[in-house]
Design a protein. Structure first.
Length: 320
């Protein structure tokens, strides 16, 4: 019985690394139990293969093959390696493919939360459609949430991206943000309100009206923004506080209150209300913002944002 090229070494008993090529060479020899046939299957010379196996045995500090007369056999240690290495290489290959796909964003899941009253039709709809056409293997989910809930869903990891009013994110750490659209604050009136026929409505003309808005417990930022806007316009109206945007609309469409909203709201689609400009600088040029966690390395985020910013630039150029 002859050991193949193994010299006594101080490495025995220590963990050593094998290269991927060495693993492939070993598996081929173990499968064929013949150096010449294994070398042919690997497209290398038989002496080169023999040297690689000898080097591998020396590095590992244990013999893998024995030659008995003209036959080649695996040692018990070699048999253990042969039983495990093929599956290990297969797993390694699968992991590499998954890693490459993940970095390219071709697979995975992108979860987007959208402000409940935001009208996505001007910019967001086309981006969503093109994204799904370009990356069909990315599972996309979308859901609407209230102003105060959206950031919480980023922090707890249930959403990857949110689309919301920029002012609601000012005190939120660890976020990446991109402003994608401007909006103006407006007043929402019942269609039969005496001021509904005007293009612009001063808030001072509504000082005796009942205003309805979200409770500060639902959205502290939204509540404070409306209070500050009223202060700057010199009014301190009676305010009805509710917990849902649907209830804000309900109070206005029944003619029982007025509400501050935006020109980018889906509420304008309701036939019982009208949206009118508030002609003061403080009501103009606010930001619709996309946000995600800095520590969220989902590659689909970058792919989606690239498309969204392209559409943003195209929309801006059309307006010039």
């Amino acid at each position: 019985m002859k050991l193949l090229g193994l010299r006594k070494t101080a490495w025995i008993g220590k963990e050593q690394d094998m290269t991927l090529n060495q693993m492939k060479y070993f598996i081929a020899v173990a499968r064929c139990l013949n150096f010449t046939e294994a070398a042919k299957s690997l497209f290398i010379t038989q002496p080169a293969l023999s040297r690689q196996i000898a080097a591998m045995e020396e590095e590992l500090g244990t013999e893998l093959f024995v030659r008995e007369r003209k036959t080649l056999k695996l040692t018990p240690g070699g048999s253990i390696l042969y039983n495990g290495l093929p599956d290990l290489l297969k797993t390694y290959g699968n992991l590499i493919r998954e890693a490459r796909s993940a970095n390219q964003g071709y697979e995975g899941h992108l979860r987007i939360g959208i402000l409940d009253v935001y009208d996505i039709s001007e910019l967001f709809t086309d981006t969503i459609q093109i994204f799904q056409e370009k990356y069909p293997q990315i599972q996309l989910t979308m859901e609407r949430f209230s102003l105060g809930v959206l950031p919480d869903n980023l922090y707890d990891g249930s959403l990857d991206l949110i689309l919301t009013y920029g002012f609601s994110l000012f005190d939120k750490p660890s976020l990446m943000t991109v402003d994608i659209q401007k909006y103006d604050s407006c007043i929402m009136l019942h269609r039969d309100h005496p001021l509904a026929g005007k293009e612009g409505v001063s808030l001072s003309d509504l000082k005796s009206e009942m205003f309805v808005q979200l409770d500060r417990e639902v959205s502290e930022e939204g509540y404070q923004y409306i209070i500050n806007l009223c202060d700057k316009c010199g009014i301190h109206p009676n305010i009805k506080l509710v917990n849902k945007m649907e209830d804000v609309l309900l109070w206005v469409q029944t003619g029982n209150a007025v509400a501050i909203t935006t020109d980018k709201t889906i509420e304008k689609m309701n036939p019982f209300v009208v949206i009118r400009e508030i002609p003061v600088p403080e009501a103009k040029g606010h930001d619709i913002t996309v946000a995600w966690m800095k520590q969220n390395y989902n590659p689909a985020i970058a792919l989606f944002m690239e498309l969204l910013e392209k559409h943003k630039k195209a929309a801006e150029q059309e307006q010039v």
